[in-house]
Design a protein around this ligand. Sequence first.
Ligand SMILES: [Zn+2]
Length: 245
Amino acid sequence: MDSRLFLAKPFQLSSPTQVIKARLRKGEYQVVLRESPFEPDNPEGGDRGRIEGPHGTLSVRRVVWDGNQKAAIHSGDLTGELHAGEDVVAKVDETVRRHNGAYHTVSHLLTSIARERWQSDFLGKLTLTESGGDLTLFGQAARAAANWREMAEPDRYLGADIPVLIYKLSRTEALNRCGQFFDSVVPDSVAEWRVVQFQGIAFPPIPCGGVHLPNLNVLRGVNFTRSRVSGDDLVLEYTCDYIPA
Ligand SMILES: [Zn+2]
């Protein structure tokens, strides 16, 4: 099974699990779990959570996905000891998850609004920065740069009771519902797609393996700090105001 628990149970932040491997490497402790609620490979710093065992606790500072082992490697500072075979509890820091989920969910919202208003199939990619989020809209989005602010207005959705649904679709069904242009985006090897949809809004579902808010009612506002054109792409820099975890 896939050890990335957040894919199957996206809003679960804590899980009883078991240590598969624990080792000290280059001065840093690395732990592999049978199942992990942590999202690997997102860029924020600081404490991301804890792995609590009977004789020690790892403060998790970094989580990376190892494609060869098909496992998340949790790194950080160890107090006490953790050993392979031990039962532990893995706990994601709620503040970190809320922050990532808010920025990531807003990136889908903005991309969906822009796609609908501009009648265009393009993709959005979020980069989290120290000051907020940078959303790059790819694929001729730059031509709409002059009037993006009127066209990509998220206010009507912010704070509304709109659950964020996460479910799986076969590739054929996903292409029909998400848009055929995703055929060249999602590798052929992915037979079953995890998709995200805002309940009750006509936006098509979006294929995604990220972390999200459970509901848009957590959002209080989005403030655009800068926009810039980069070749054919449009980059929107924003900060989110959300109800803390
Ligand atoms: Zn997503």
